[in-house]
Design a protein around this ligand. Structure first.
Ligand code: CA
Length: 441
């Protein structure tokens, strides 16, 4: 293991191998990852699990077999009722204890007899949302996205004056967040044709995806008690992928003066596994230096430790497969490649800012990072960017073109962390397929 990386222990050892068939070669879920989630098998009650290779381990089963003790046992006992919120609320120490014990149980062959019967092939399981999400907030921390989108509306000044001072966000809608794989019905909405034509109510014609990180809150804070930036990290339970599906034509008409509403709240997709801060420890990097002339963050958003290791080197991808490509047996085609390092604000800054006015965060709350685009061609995290607002279509294998999403189109978000000297890990799937709109009534 590399020297100088904080938060490392034996669970990160790249030489550690699992006895679970195929797990050590698995591109996303080797024994160094161990993300938490909620799954069910053949219609039975949803329960807590951990991903290992192509299998899911039943955590209650591990506990019932007497293989856990202390904080690790307490963490699993808290994960009841098909939601991990109460487990995440326990904070970092029980989560780490459980990770260390699971890493041992899944790598030491002496435990294979007792754990083997508790493994379920992931292909036979249904994954659920990992938490009952109380509140959802969508940030806007991807500075290239904010600049690209701003340029389409305000060529002379793409970024508004507050952008480099405030982690901008809006309060989203938690009731319509769905796990990966749920279909996405094209929304109906009110939109305004150009010129003097009156508004119409019709199916969205400019349906888009947004490539975002999801951030899960573990430990909450009391109403009226801000979270100091230096303690913000302790409130983050883990990460997922998040697709903030967006109806651009509805958005363009409704967003002034109060921001996104129906253009965003028809459905949001998240990947089902919570990848822990522990699993991501080897992939922490310094927050990018702010360009010369940018303002320094105010004191309540400034922390040397956060600047030194508060960003993530995480490869992010968007892939698209049309209905015709699926029928032809074609693989999804990558339409964007980006990286979580392109965030202007760290996740700790988002947490500290959110609570700075006294707002209470609660276990199982979810943040979206904002669309994470890169600076280069081919790194746009939305179609609004990659097609320049629909002006320049994406050309797909087989010759089809897309300016925005058609019915039958399937969008996949993926995240991978790779670094020499460490096992590579991934986030699993964040997928949705577009269904036709309901008839207008
Ligand atoms: Ca968004």
């Amino acid at each position: 293991m590399s020297a100088g990386v904080e938060g490392l222990d034996e669970t990160h050892d790249p030489a550690r191998r699992s006895w679970v068939p195929g797990a050590s070669e698995h591109p996303e879920f080797p024994v160094q990852n161990l993300p938490f989630g909620v799954f069910s098998v053949r219609g039975r009650q949803p329960r807590a699990g951990v991903a290992i290779g192509e299998f899911i381990v039943d955590l209650r089963g591990v506990s019932a077999a007497g293989l856990l003790s202390g904080e690790a046992e307490a963490a699993v006992e808290a994960a009841g009722g098909g939601s991990l919120s109460e487990m995440l609320e326990l904070g970092a120490a029980p989560r780490r204890a459980l990770r260390r014990r699971l890493s041992e149980l899944l790598s030491d062959n002496a435990f294979s007899d007792r754990i083997g019967p508790l493994l379920h092939p992931a292909a036979e399981c249904t994954l659920h949302l990992p938490c009952a999400i109380g509140d959802y907030t969508d940030f806007y921390a991807g500075i290239h996205h904010a600049t690209n989108v701003g340029r389409q509306f305000r060529p002379e000044g793409p970024l508004l004056p507050n952008y480099k001072h405030i982690p901008i966000a809006y309060h989203g809608r938690s009731s319509s967040i769905r796990p990966s794989g749920m279909p996405v019905r094209r929304p109906l909405g009110q939109m305004k044709p150009p010129d003097n034509a009156p508004p119409v109510f019709a199916p969205c014609r400019r349906l888009d995806y947004e490539l975002e990180l999801g951030i899960w809150i573990g430990v909450g804070n009391e109403l009226g008690e801000p979270i100091p930036i230096g303690q913000a990290e302790g409130h983050i339970a883990g990460y997922s992928l998040l697709n903030d599906w967006s109806a651009r034509d509805i958005q363009a008409w409704e967003y002034r003066p109060l921001g996104p509403f129906l253009a965003k709240n028809f459905l949001t997709t998240v990947s089902c596994w919570i990848v822990t801060p522990e699993a991501l420890a080897p992939f922490r990097i310094p927050q990018a230096q702010r360009p010369e002339g940018d303002p320094a963050p105010l004191a309540y958003l400034s922390d040397a430790e956060d600047q030194a290791r508060g960003a993530l080197d995480l490869h992010l991808e968007v892939l698209l497969r049309t209905g015709r490509m699926r029928a032809q047996g074609r693989l999804p085609h990558r339409v964007a490649l980006s990286n979580a390092r392109h965030m202007y604000w760290t996740v700790a800054q988002m947490v500290a800012h959110h609570a700075s006015g006294g707002c209470n965060l609660r276990p199982g709350d979810l943040f979206g990072s904002g669309t994470i685009s890169g600076p280069d061609e081919g790194s746009g995290g939305s179609m609004l960017e990659s097609t320049l607002g629909g002006a320049r279509p994406i050309v797909l294998p087989g010759g089809e073109e897309r300016r925005f999403l058609d019915d039958g189109d399937e969008v996949f978000l993926r995240a991978y962390a790779r670094r020499p000297g460490f096992a590579s890990i991934g986030f699993g799937e964040c997928r949705g397929v577009i269904e036709a709109a309901r008839a207008v009534r």
